[in-house]
Design a protein around this ligand. Structure first.
Ligand code: MN3
Length: 247
C-alpha cells in the first residue's frame, strides 16, 4: 500500500501530530489560520490583530507579523493562561494589575508569569499602537507633552532610537510617564515592562530579533527608523490620557 498523505494522517490519528506535520509543510498557512491552541482557560484572551497581517507593509512585512502575532504572542498568551489557571489568589486581576503585583504571585510561577505576562501586555500594546494609518508627527496632548519634556519631537525620536538600538540582546525601548508626570525614555530586557517599575508605558518598540529579523536581518536601526511610519498616535494619546488619569 502506498503510504500517501491521507493514509499517513489516518494512521497517526492524533491531531496534534497532524498539526505539526502541516506546519512543517507550510508554516505560513498554519499560522494564518490561527488555530485555537489547547489553552486551558482564556482568563487573558488572545486578541486578534486590529488590521491585516500585511497592513503595515512595507515597514513591517506580512511574514514577520504572522509569526510574531500567530506564534510568539500566542505562545506568551498560552503560557500565561496555563500558569495562572486555578491559582485562586490571582482571580480578578487584569493583566496589567497582575504584572504590577508580581510579589502577590506564588513563587513557583512567578518567573513564568513575569516572562509571559510581560510578553502578553507588551504585545497587546504593540499591536494597538501601530496602524496602517499611522506615522507622521504626533498630535494632541502627547505632542505638547513631548515638546515640553524633550524640546521637540525630533529630539525625543533621536533619543528613543539611540536607546532602542543599544538594547543588548532582547528587549524593548519605551516612552513612559513617571510618577511625577514627566515623560522619560527607558529600556527593559526580555519581556520586562515599565509597569513593574511603577511607571506607565505610553509607547514601546519591540527590539527582539523576532520583531524584525526576517526583513531587516541585523539592521535593527533600519527597523526602528521605519517603525515610526506606523505609529498610531491616536492610540498613543489614549494611553497618555490613561496614564495621566492614573497619576
Ligand atoms: Mn515580540
Amino acid at each position: 500500500m502506498a503510504l500517501n498523505r491521507r493514509n499517513f494522517i489516518f494512521l497517526l490519528g492524533a491531531t496534534g501530530v497532524v498539526f505539526a506535520l502541516e506546519e512543517l509543510a507550510n508554516p505560513i498557512s498554519a499560522v494564518a489560520q490561527n488555530r485555537p491552541t489547547s489553552q486551558a482557560r482564556q482568563i487573558y484572551p488572545y486578541t486578534p490583530l486590529p488590521y491585516a497581517h500585511n497592513a503595515l507593509e512595507p515597514y513591517i512585512d506580512e511574514r514577520t507579523m504572522r509569526f510574531h502575532h500567530g506564534k510568539h504572542y500566542a505562545g506568551y498568551t498560552r503560557n500565561l493562561n496555563a500558569a495562572v489557571a486555578g491559582v485562586s489568589e490571582l482571580q480578578g486581576l487584569d493583566a496589567e494589575e497582575l504584572i504590577r503585583n508580581l510579589d502577590r504571585v506564588p513563587k513557583r510561577i512567578r518567573r513564568t508569569v513575569r516572562n509571559n505576562g510581560g510578553g502578553y501586555v507588551n504585545h497587546k500594546m504593540f499591536w494597538e499602537i501601530m496602524s496602517p494609518d499611522g506615522g507622521g508627527e504626533p498630535r494632541g496632548s502627547i505632542a505638547k507633552s513631548i515638546r515640553r519634556n524633550f524640546g521637540s519631537f525630533d529630539r525625543m525620536k533621536e533619543d528613543f532610537n539611540a536607546r532602542a538600538k543599544k538594547v543588548f540582546g532582547s528587549g524593548w525601548a519605551w516612552l513612559v510617564l513617571d510618577d511625577r508626570g514627566k515623560l522619560r525614555i527607558t529600556t527593559t530586557s526580555n519581556q520586562d515592562t515599565p509597569l513593574m517599575e511603577g511607571v506607565y508605558p505610553i509607547m514601546g518598540i519591540d527590539v527582539w530579533e523576532h520583531a524584525y529579523y526576517l526583513k531587516y536581518q541585523n539592521n535593527r536601526g533600519g527597523y526602528i527608523e521605519n517603525w515610526w511610519n506606523v505609529v498610531n498616535w491616536d492610540e498613543v494619546n489614549r494611553r497618555y490620557r490613561r496614564a495621566r488619569d492614573r497619576a
